[in-house]
Design a protein around this ligand. Sequence first.
Ligand code: CP3
Length: 346
Amino acid sequence: MPQLTQSRFIDTLSGQISRPVPIWMMRQAGRHLPEYLELRAQAKDFLDFCYSPSMAAEATLQPIRRYGMDAAILFADILLILDVLGLDVKFEKGVGPIVQKVETADDLKTVTIEKAVQRLSPVYETVDRVRGSLDSDKALIGFCGAPWTVALYAIEGRGGTDKSQARIWAYQKPDTLQDLLNVLIEASAHYLKAQVDAGANALMIFESWAEGLPSNLMDSLVIGPNARLVARLRELGVTVPVIGFPRGGATKLPDYVKSVPINGVGLDTAVDPAFVNETLPKDIAVQGHLDPLLLIAGGKMMEDRVVEILEAYRDRPHVFNLGHGVTPQASIANVERVVQIIREWS
Ligand code: CP3
């Protein structure tokens, strides 16, 4: 089985400046690729796809074959953890994920964490297959959703809301909310450990719904729980690099980086590179933050922005990525052009 031997991506997360700058893209596997759509049509539904190691492994590898990215991200979803914890999770075409709502943390305790993590064994099988097929210079990233983001789906039943129900919980029953977050921290730590045991070389924690939180809730719901999750991972003996992605963290980004013991931080589209350079320590790797819509628009605007980001992070460890995921409308030619610019820039 080809293990990872030399990886610019891992070197960068370890604090080195690498050339060419390593690149991968969030949601690089997915609906902008015709080969993905073809594969997707064979699955009964999205959950079935995620739980089929042969299909999920193939989807993970597709963008590596097509673009030669430096890292593959496991094909799965942040909501699988809620499915195995016993909630009804559905992915509806044109709507997105719909999750059965919880009333208390007990609703997430009907299945033991051990049992839930065991139910995710098809995912570990996917990791094993992908690692076995990747070249020795391509890293495999495992991931989970951050506790708050996953809890939000369980409280509100879907994502992309103004988070008002979950915020009211945070004010009216803070202990219940922390109890819920703690279940997710424990389950996610074991889930990530199992991904690493199966062959993942790095981990990413997606806090996709941090945007708009008051600063005190950013502390108690985002920064604290992310810090506890990473600490728990380390306690379980996981040593691989971890990337945190507090999307929409805004001016709390420096606090997040200071308090969560991560190796790299994902930057969303809104964060100003100048703010990053002024406020984040030099040794932390940064990953981001090209607007995914530029992959639709293309042209000089896209090319100039790519170079602007490269120049801004010339003197620090930098992994090139987007500020959020590749959209279904993204053009393959534009993705190829971005990869080419990265490869040629030094
Ligand atoms: O290349 C990859 O990144 C593939 C693996 C992956 C998926 N989801 C596949 C997926 C990863 C890392 C995720 C993470 C994920 N899932 C996040 C965090 C990242 C982010 O985007 O903020 C979130 C919030 C989710 C929840 C989720 N899953 C949503 C909101 C949706 C619907 C969005 C949409 O574009 O339809 C999904 C479904 C989903 N997850 C798809 C894919 C490829 C589309 C479903 C399909 O192909 O039918």
